[in-house]
Design a protein around this ligand. Structure first.
Ligand SMILES: Nc1ncnc2c1ncn2[C@@H]1O[C@H](COP(=O)(O)OP(=O)(O)O)[C@@H](O)[C@H]1O
Ligand SMILES: [Mg+2]
Length: 389
């Protein structure tokens, strides 16, 4: 197992038709700790796959360094990097059984040619036994021992994905690289395989870089999450830290479902008791500590952010809400989700999404008094989109 370090990593592609340069990865700095499960997340096209392929050695680095352990691997060929990669479109050899698919890579690596095997029968037998043991152990780990004799076409999508993972495990790599490995699975299987991958990581403890565009996968799987946008790393931290203390509007809006509400034309106003947020149709008084941070912004436009779970039905406000702003809104739509309900609210010009317990008394088309938890307020600079509060 090993630490993986990316230093000022850049990748520029030249578009063959327009001859224009595309910066796919822009000065990426990351250190993935030995044994860590790090998720690289961001919208499609932000450079995740390119970053991963550079670590794998499948894509040449434009500039910067990649280290596995203490060794710079920029010029080390993929097969000597001791990594295993699992893709979204895992290619199993169709004419080989599951067993042969899993053993194939090991045989290539561990067994010298047939001439040698014939002249060293005892050694060859020993290596074959070791390969057999590793394949059977990996099959056990992925719960597929009963499938070893089947051909890929006799397997379901989920089973094939397990075989692909099993094939990666038998190699006992220092690092796992996974590029959206669950996106071809149906919803139920995806949730199940997600849990299995987490268990697998706990058991084997192999350093893993896991790429996904799915923020729920990122939040549930990552020990740390690195959020990318347009080739640039925005923030890398634990899921809770990213959720509660995003550095900018992009991270704030990307993680969380339904996403954070933004009021783009809020103004920091001031009265006798200090700065507060003026959203036009309603005002949000801020607790003293938060108000103090905003004193430089009095009179300026800012972006106000509040998560749907921090807007409460007034008749069922949790006890831990200390500073609330009461607002009367109209309920446009209610989406019941079982234990919770998503409310789409409007106050004329502003619209907000709230997530409240399913036994809310909200009715579509009727007014509803809600309480916005002022301690959970986020405020962003309108120009830089960076977090102020
Ligand atoms: N071989 C290539 N040639 C030119 N542009 C590429 C190539 N591969 C990727 N890109 C571009 O680099 C950017 C990042 O792509 P990619 O790493 O695949 O993003 P992601 O995996 O986050 O969806 C995109 O703009 C994509 O079009
Ligand atoms: Mg990709």
């Amino acid at each position: 197992m090993a630490r993986v370090t990316l230093r000022n990593l850049c990748k520029t592609f030249t578009d063959q038709q327009t001859k224009k340069d595309v910066v796919a990865v822009n000065n990426l700095n990351l250190e993935i700790q030995d044994g860590e499960f790090l998720v690289l997340v961001g919208p499609s096209g932000c450079g995740k796959t390119t970053a991963l392929r550079m670590v794998a050695g499948l894509e040449e680095v434009t500039s910067g360094e990649i280290l596995i352990g203490d060794r710079v691997v920029n010029d080390v060929p993929p097969r000597d990097r001791n990594i295993a990669m699992v893709f979204q479109n895992y290619a199993l050899y169709p004419h080989m059984s599951v067993y042969e698919n899993m053993a194939f890579g090991l045989k290539l690596r561990m067994l010298p040619n047939l001439m040698w095997q014939l002249s060293h029968p005892a050694e060859a037998k020993k290596i074959k036994e070791e390969i057999d043991q590793r394949v059977r152990e990996a099959a056990e780990t992925m719960a597929i021992p009963h499938l070893l004799d089947r051909k890929p076409k006799q397997l379901s999508g989920g089973q094939r994905q397990r075989v692909a993972l099993g094939r990666a495990i038998v190699r006992e790599p220092q690092v796992f690289l996974m590029d959206e490995p669950l996106s071809n699975l149906d919803a139920k299987l995806r949730v199940q395989t997600r849990a299995e991958l987490i268990k697998l990581h706990r058991r084997l403890g192999v350093t893993t870089i896991y790429v996904t565009h799915d923020q729920i996968e990122a939040m549930t799987m990552g020990q740390r999450i690195a959020v990318m946008k347009d080739g640039v790393l925005q923030q890398c931290d634990t899921p809770l830290k990213l959720f509660n203390e995003p550095v900018n509007m992009f991270v704030a809006g990307f993680l969380g479902s339904p996403p954070m509400n933004f009021i783009h034309d809020a103004v920091v106003a001031k009265n006798g008791s200090g700065p507060y947020i003026d959203a036009g149709e309603f005002q949000i008084p801020l607790p003293a500590a938060k108000a103090a941070v905003l004193s430089d912004y009095v009179g300026k436009q800012v972006v106000f952010g509040i998560r749907p779970t921090d807007i409460h039905d007034k008749s069922m406000v949790p006890n831990n809400v200390e500073h609330g702003a009461e607002v009367r809104m109209t309920v446009d739509v209610i989406e019941p989700l079982g234990s919770d309900a998503t409310l789409f609210l409007n106050s004329g010009r502003q619209t907000l999404v709230a997530e409240v317990p399913a036994d809310t008394r909200a009715r579509e088309g009727a007014p509803l008094d809600v309480v916005i938890d002022a301690d959970a307020a986020h405020v962003f600079d309108k120009d830089t989109e960076k977090t102020i509060l």
